[in-house]
Ligand binder design. Structure first.
Ligand SMILES: Cc1cc2nc3c(=O)[nH]c(=O)nc-3n(C[C@H](O)[C@H](O)[C@H](O)COP(=O)(O)O)c2cc1C
Length: 302
Protein backbone atom coordinates (compact mmCIF):
# COMPACT_ATOMS: atom_id res chain seq x y z
CA UNK A 1 0.00 0.00 0.00
CA UNK A 2 1.31 3.46 -0.88
CA UNK A 3 2.36 5.62 2.04
CA UNK A 4 0.29 8.62 3.07
CA UNK A 5 1.60 11.78 4.71
CA UNK A 6 -0.58 13.22 7.46
CA UNK A 7 0.60 16.18 9.54
CA UNK A 8 4.20 15.44 8.52
CA UNK A 9 4.12 11.75 9.53
CA UNK A 10 4.27 8.87 7.08
CA UNK A 11 1.44 6.33 7.38
CA UNK A 12 1.65 2.98 5.69
CA UNK A 13 -1.65 3.39 3.81
CA UNK A 14 -4.68 5.55 4.59
CA UNK A 15 -6.33 3.32 7.21
CA UNK A 16 -6.12 3.96 10.96
CA UNK A 17 -7.69 1.96 13.75
CA UNK A 18 -10.52 4.03 15.29
CA UNK A 19 -10.43 4.68 19.03
CA UNK A 20 -12.13 2.19 21.35
CA UNK A 21 -12.01 -0.88 19.16
CA UNK A 22 -9.59 -3.73 19.89
CA UNK A 23 -8.32 -2.80 23.28
CA UNK A 24 -5.88 -0.63 25.08
CA UNK A 25 -2.73 -2.70 25.05
CA UNK A 26 0.49 -2.76 23.08
CA UNK A 27 0.09 -6.33 21.82
CA UNK A 28 -3.36 -5.56 20.42
CA UNK A 29 -2.10 -2.38 18.67
CA UNK A 30 0.80 -4.40 17.22
CA UNK A 31 -1.57 -7.08 15.97
CA UNK A 32 -3.83 -4.55 14.23
CA UNK A 33 -0.76 -2.94 12.65
CA UNK A 34 0.52 -6.34 11.48
CA UNK A 35 -2.84 -6.86 9.78
CA UNK A 36 -2.66 -3.66 7.72
CA UNK A 37 -3.57 -0.59 9.80
CA UNK A 38 -1.24 2.29 8.85
CA UNK A 39 -1.83 3.98 12.21
CA UNK A 40 -3.40 3.19 15.55
CA UNK A 41 -5.74 5.30 17.66
CA UNK A 42 -5.63 4.24 21.29
CA UNK A 43 -8.85 3.73 23.29
CA UNK A 44 -9.66 7.07 24.99
CA UNK A 45 -8.18 7.33 28.46
CA UNK A 46 -8.92 9.60 31.40
CA UNK A 47 -6.80 10.91 34.28
CA UNK A 48 -8.19 8.22 36.61
CA UNK A 49 -9.16 4.64 35.71
CA UNK A 50 -12.84 4.14 34.82
CA UNK A 51 -14.87 0.96 35.08
CA UNK A 52 -17.43 1.92 32.46
CA UNK A 53 -21.02 0.70 32.35
CA UNK A 54 -22.22 -2.74 33.49
CA UNK A 55 -23.07 -5.37 30.85
CA UNK A 56 -24.73 -5.62 28.42
CA UNK A 57 -22.73 -2.84 26.78
CA UNK A 58 -22.98 -3.86 23.14
CA UNK A 59 -25.55 -5.15 20.67
CA UNK A 60 -25.84 -5.11 16.90
CA UNK A 61 -27.17 -6.32 13.58
CA UNK A 62 -25.50 -6.66 10.19
CA UNK A 63 -26.15 -2.94 9.66
CA UNK A 64 -24.79 -1.46 12.88
CA UNK A 65 -23.48 -1.86 16.41
CA UNK A 66 -24.73 0.07 19.41
CA UNK A 67 -22.32 0.32 22.33
CA UNK A 68 -22.38 1.97 25.71
CA UNK A 69 -19.03 0.80 27.03
CA UNK A 70 -18.88 4.03 29.05
CA UNK A 71 -15.22 4.88 28.41
CA UNK A 72 -13.78 2.12 30.57
CA UNK A 73 -10.00 2.50 30.66
CA UNK A 74 -7.07 1.88 33.02
CA UNK A 75 -6.17 5.60 33.36
CA UNK A 76 -3.53 7.62 31.56
CA UNK A 77 -0.57 6.37 33.67
CA UNK A 78 -1.16 2.77 32.57
CA UNK A 79 -1.67 3.79 28.95
CA UNK A 80 1.68 5.63 29.00
CA UNK A 81 3.35 2.36 30.13
CA UNK A 82 1.70 0.48 27.25
CA UNK A 83 2.97 3.10 24.79
CA UNK A 84 6.52 2.47 26.09
CA UNK A 85 6.10 -1.27 25.53
CA UNK A 86 4.76 -0.69 21.99
CA UNK A 87 7.58 1.67 21.05
CA UNK A 88 10.27 -0.90 21.94
CA UNK A 89 9.37 -2.80 18.76
CA UNK A 90 7.10 -0.63 16.64
CA UNK A 91 7.41 2.83 15.03
CA UNK A 92 3.89 2.96 13.57
CA UNK A 93 2.12 6.31 14.13
CA UNK A 94 0.16 6.26 17.38
CA UNK A 95 -2.74 8.60 18.07
CA UNK A 96 -3.27 8.88 21.82
CA UNK A 97 -6.87 9.68 22.72
CA UNK A 98 -8.03 11.44 25.87
CA UNK A 99 -11.34 12.07 27.51
CA UNK A 100 -12.19 14.20 30.58
CA UNK A 101 -15.11 15.71 32.43
CA UNK A 102 -13.92 19.33 32.48
CA UNK A 103 -11.70 21.70 30.52
CA UNK A 104 -8.83 21.61 33.02
CA UNK A 105 -8.72 17.78 33.11
CA UNK A 106 -8.66 17.59 29.30
CA UNK A 107 -5.49 19.69 29.46
CA UNK A 108 -3.92 17.61 32.26
CA UNK A 109 -4.70 14.26 30.66
CA UNK A 110 -3.54 15.39 27.21
CA UNK A 111 -0.27 16.69 28.72
CA UNK A 112 0.36 13.42 30.55
CA UNK A 113 -0.23 11.34 27.42
CA UNK A 114 1.73 13.71 25.17
CA UNK A 115 4.81 13.13 27.34
CA UNK A 116 4.82 9.51 26.12
CA UNK A 117 5.91 8.43 22.63
CA UNK A 118 2.51 8.95 20.98
CA UNK A 119 2.69 11.02 17.79
CA UNK A 120 -0.66 12.83 18.04
CA UNK A 121 -3.22 13.62 20.70
CA UNK A 122 -6.87 13.10 19.80
CA UNK A 123 -9.44 14.78 22.04
CA UNK A 124 -12.64 12.81 22.46
CA UNK A 125 -15.25 15.49 23.16
CA UNK A 126 -17.99 13.55 21.41
CA UNK A 127 -18.78 10.30 23.28
CA UNK A 128 -22.59 9.99 23.46
CA UNK A 129 -22.59 7.38 26.26
CA UNK A 130 -21.74 9.33 29.41
CA UNK A 131 -24.52 11.96 29.46
CA UNK A 132 -25.72 11.09 32.97
CA UNK A 133 -22.22 11.90 34.30
CA UNK A 134 -21.12 14.81 32.17
CA UNK A 135 -24.19 16.13 30.32
CA UNK A 136 -24.36 16.59 26.56
CA UNK A 137 -21.07 16.02 24.69
CA UNK A 138 -18.84 19.12 24.55
CA UNK A 139 -18.75 18.58 20.78
CA UNK A 140 -22.31 19.93 20.57
CA UNK A 141 -21.05 23.41 21.45
CA UNK A 142 -18.58 25.57 19.47
CA UNK A 143 -17.83 27.52 22.64
CA UNK A 144 -17.02 24.46 24.79
CA UNK A 145 -14.95 23.03 21.91
CA UNK A 146 -13.00 26.27 21.66
CA UNK A 147 -12.24 26.25 25.40
CA UNK A 148 -11.09 22.61 25.46
CA UNK A 149 -9.00 22.96 22.29
CA UNK A 150 -7.33 26.14 23.59
CA UNK A 151 -6.53 24.50 26.93
CA UNK A 152 -5.04 21.39 25.30
CA UNK A 153 -3.11 23.61 22.86
CA UNK A 154 -1.58 25.40 25.85
CA UNK A 155 -0.47 22.10 27.42
CA UNK A 156 0.64 20.09 24.36
CA UNK A 157 3.15 20.77 21.56
CA UNK A 158 2.34 17.60 19.58
CA UNK A 159 -0.35 17.84 16.88
CA UNK A 160 -3.88 17.73 18.27
CA UNK A 161 -6.94 16.23 16.61
CA UNK A 162 -10.45 17.09 17.81
CA UNK A 163 -13.01 14.29 17.49
CA UNK A 164 -16.42 15.56 16.44
CA UNK A 165 -20.02 14.36 16.59
CA UNK A 166 -22.59 14.26 13.78
CA UNK A 167 -25.25 14.62 16.51
CA UNK A 168 -24.09 18.23 16.98
CA UNK A 169 -26.62 20.81 15.77
CA UNK A 170 -23.89 22.44 13.63
CA UNK A 171 -20.76 20.31 13.17
CA UNK A 172 -19.20 22.90 10.85
CA UNK A 173 -19.39 25.62 13.53
CA UNK A 174 -17.77 23.19 15.98
CA UNK A 175 -15.03 22.23 13.49
CA UNK A 176 -14.29 25.89 12.78
CA UNK A 177 -14.13 26.66 16.52
CA UNK A 178 -11.59 23.84 16.98
CA UNK A 179 -9.52 25.07 14.03
CA UNK A 180 -9.52 28.65 15.32
CA UNK A 181 -8.48 27.53 18.81
CA UNK A 182 -5.41 25.70 17.47
CA UNK A 183 -6.45 22.18 16.41
CA UNK A 184 -4.15 20.62 13.80
CA UNK A 185 -6.77 18.19 12.47
CA UNK A 186 -10.32 16.94 12.99
CA UNK A 187 -11.71 13.43 13.27
CA UNK A 188 -15.31 12.93 12.14
CA UNK A 189 -17.35 11.17 13.35
CA UNK A 190 -17.81 9.47 16.71
CA UNK A 191 -20.73 7.07 17.21
CA UNK A 192 -24.22 8.58 16.96
CA UNK A 193 -26.80 8.44 19.72
CA UNK A 194 -29.28 5.56 19.45
CA UNK A 195 -30.84 2.63 21.29
CA UNK A 196 -32.18 -0.91 20.93
CA UNK A 197 -35.28 -2.48 22.51
CA UNK A 198 -35.86 -6.17 23.14
CA UNK A 199 -39.55 -6.67 22.26
CA UNK A 200 -39.95 -10.00 24.10
CA UNK A 201 -38.55 -8.48 27.28
CA UNK A 202 -40.29 -5.14 26.69
CA UNK A 203 -37.03 -3.52 27.80
CA UNK A 204 -34.00 -1.67 26.46
CA UNK A 205 -31.16 -4.02 25.47
CA UNK A 206 -28.28 -2.01 26.93
CA UNK A 207 -27.85 -1.49 30.67
CA UNK A 208 -27.21 2.19 29.91
CA UNK A 209 -30.51 2.22 27.92
CA UNK A 210 -28.99 4.33 25.14
CA UNK A 211 -25.71 4.02 23.30
CA UNK A 212 -23.64 5.05 20.30
CA UNK A 213 -24.39 3.65 16.85
CA UNK A 214 -21.45 2.69 14.63
CA UNK A 215 -20.93 0.64 11.47
CA UNK A 216 -22.48 0.75 7.97
CA UNK A 217 -25.69 2.53 9.10
CA UNK A 218 -23.81 5.74 9.98
CA UNK A 219 -21.71 5.98 6.80
CA UNK A 220 -24.02 8.52 5.06
CA UNK A 221 -23.91 10.84 8.09
CA UNK A 222 -20.13 10.44 8.37
CA UNK A 223 -19.69 11.24 4.67
CA UNK A 224 -21.84 14.36 4.99
CA UNK A 225 -19.92 15.51 8.07
CA UNK A 226 -16.57 15.08 6.30
CA UNK A 227 -17.92 16.75 3.14
CA UNK A 228 -19.21 19.80 5.03
CA UNK A 229 -16.04 20.13 7.12
CA UNK A 230 -13.80 19.82 4.05
CA UNK A 231 -15.64 22.75 2.45
CA UNK A 232 -15.27 24.92 5.55
CA UNK A 233 -11.95 24.23 7.29
CA UNK A 234 -8.34 24.14 6.08
CA UNK A 235 -7.00 21.52 8.51
CA UNK A 236 -7.02 17.81 7.50
CA UNK A 237 -9.78 15.40 8.51
CA UNK A 238 -9.73 11.76 9.59
CA UNK A 239 -12.97 10.38 8.10
CA UNK A 240 -14.49 7.72 10.34
CA UNK A 241 -17.86 6.00 10.40
CA UNK A 242 -19.14 2.89 8.70
CA UNK A 243 -16.09 2.15 6.58
CA UNK A 244 -16.32 -1.60 5.95
CA UNK A 245 -15.16 -2.13 2.34
CA UNK A 246 -12.60 -0.49 0.09
CA UNK A 247 -15.24 1.53 -1.72
CA UNK A 248 -16.39 3.06 1.60
CA UNK A 249 -12.83 4.25 2.25
CA UNK A 250 -12.61 5.69 -1.29
CA UNK A 251 -15.90 7.56 -0.74
CA UNK A 252 -14.55 8.94 2.55
CA UNK A 253 -11.36 10.15 0.84
CA UNK A 254 -13.38 11.69 -1.99
CA UNK A 255 -15.60 13.49 0.56
CA UNK A 256 -12.39 15.11 1.85
CA UNK A 257 -10.76 12.81 4.41
CA UNK A 258 -6.95 12.61 4.46
CA UNK A 259 -6.96 9.40 6.53
CA UNK A 260 -9.76 6.89 7.06
CA UNK A 261 -10.73 5.50 10.48
CA UNK A 262 -11.89 1.90 10.73
CA UNK A 263 -13.64 0.60 13.85
CA UNK A 264 -16.71 -1.64 13.61
CA UNK A 265 -15.45 -3.30 10.40
CA UNK A 266 -13.21 -5.47 12.58
CA UNK A 267 -16.37 -7.04 14.01
CA UNK A 268 -17.86 -7.56 10.54
CA UNK A 269 -14.69 -8.67 8.69
CA UNK A 270 -12.49 -9.68 11.64
CA UNK A 271 -8.88 -8.60 12.03
CA UNK A 272 -8.31 -9.00 8.26
CA UNK A 273 -10.55 -5.96 7.66
CA UNK A 274 -7.55 -3.64 7.19
CA UNK A 275 -5.73 -5.92 4.77
CA UNK A 276 -8.91 -6.56 2.76
CA UNK A 277 -9.91 -2.87 2.63
CA UNK A 278 -6.35 -1.94 1.54
CA UNK A 279 -6.48 -4.52 -1.27
CA UNK A 280 -9.89 -3.25 -2.37
CA UNK A 281 -8.59 0.34 -2.40
CA UNK A 282 -5.62 -0.72 -4.55
CA UNK A 283 -7.92 -2.55 -6.98
CA UNK A 284 -10.12 0.53 -7.29
CA UNK A 285 -7.10 2.76 -7.89
CA UNK A 286 -5.78 0.49 -10.64
CA UNK A 287 -9.16 0.22 -12.38
CA UNK A 288 -9.81 3.94 -12.18
CA UNK A 289 -6.29 5.15 -12.87
CA UNK A 290 -5.63 6.90 -9.56
CA UNK A 291 -1.88 6.87 -8.84
CA UNK A 292 -1.90 8.24 -5.30
CA UNK A 293 -4.20 8.39 -2.28
CA UNK A 294 -3.67 12.16 -2.30
CA UNK A 295 -5.23 12.47 -5.76
CA UNK A 296 -8.50 11.05 -4.39
CA UNK A 297 -8.76 13.38 -1.36
CA UNK A 298 -11.71 15.71 -1.94
CA UNK A 299 -12.08 14.39 -5.52
CA UNK A 300 -15.89 14.46 -5.32
CA UNK A 301 -15.91 18.24 -4.73
CA UNK A 302 -16.12 19.86 -8.14
C1 LIG B 1 -17.02 -0.43 21.20
C2 LIG B 1 -16.66 0.96 20.77
C3 LIG B 1 -15.93 1.78 21.64
C4 LIG B 1 -15.59 3.08 21.25
N1 LIG B 1 -14.83 3.84 22.11
C5 LIG B 1 -14.39 5.07 21.70
C6 LIG B 1 -13.53 5.83 22.53
O1 LIG B 1 -13.10 5.42 23.61
N2 LIG B 1 -13.16 7.06 22.07
C7 LIG B 1 -13.56 7.57 20.86
O2 LIG B 1 -13.17 8.68 20.51
N3 LIG B 1 -14.37 6.84 20.05
C8 LIG B 1 -14.80 5.61 20.44
N4 LIG B 1 -15.59 4.87 19.61
C9 LIG B 1 -16.02 5.44 18.32
C10 LIG B 1 -15.12 4.98 17.16
O3 LIG B 1 -13.80 5.42 17.33
C11 LIG B 1 -15.68 5.49 15.82
O4 LIG B 1 -15.65 6.90 15.81
C12 LIG B 1 -17.10 5.03 15.54
O5 LIG B 1 -17.29 3.70 15.97
C13 LIG B 1 -17.47 5.12 14.06
O6 LIG B 1 -16.60 4.32 13.29
P1 LIG B 1 -16.99 2.82 12.81
O7 LIG B 1 -18.35 2.91 12.16
O8 LIG B 1 -15.89 2.46 11.85
O9 LIG B 1 -16.99 1.97 14.02
C14 LIG B 1 -15.97 3.57 19.98
C15 LIG B 1 -16.69 2.74 19.11
C16 LIG B 1 -17.03 1.45 19.48
C17 LIG B 1 -17.80 0.58 18.51
Amino acid sequence: MTTVKFLNKQFNGPLVLASGVLGVNASSWGNVNKHGAGGITIKSCSLQPREGHPNPTMTGTKHYFINAVGLSNPGVEEVVKEVEVFRKTNKTPLIGSVFAGCVEDFGKCAKALAESAVDFIEIDISCPNVKHEFGEPYAFSPDATKKITAEVRKQVKKPIIIKLSADAPDIVAVGKAAEKAGADALCAINTMSGMAINAEMAAPVLSNVQGGVSGPAIKPMALKAVWDLYENVKIPIIGTGGVTYGVDAIEMLMAGASLVGVGSAVYFRKIDAFKLINEEIEDFMKKNNYKTIKSMIGAAHK
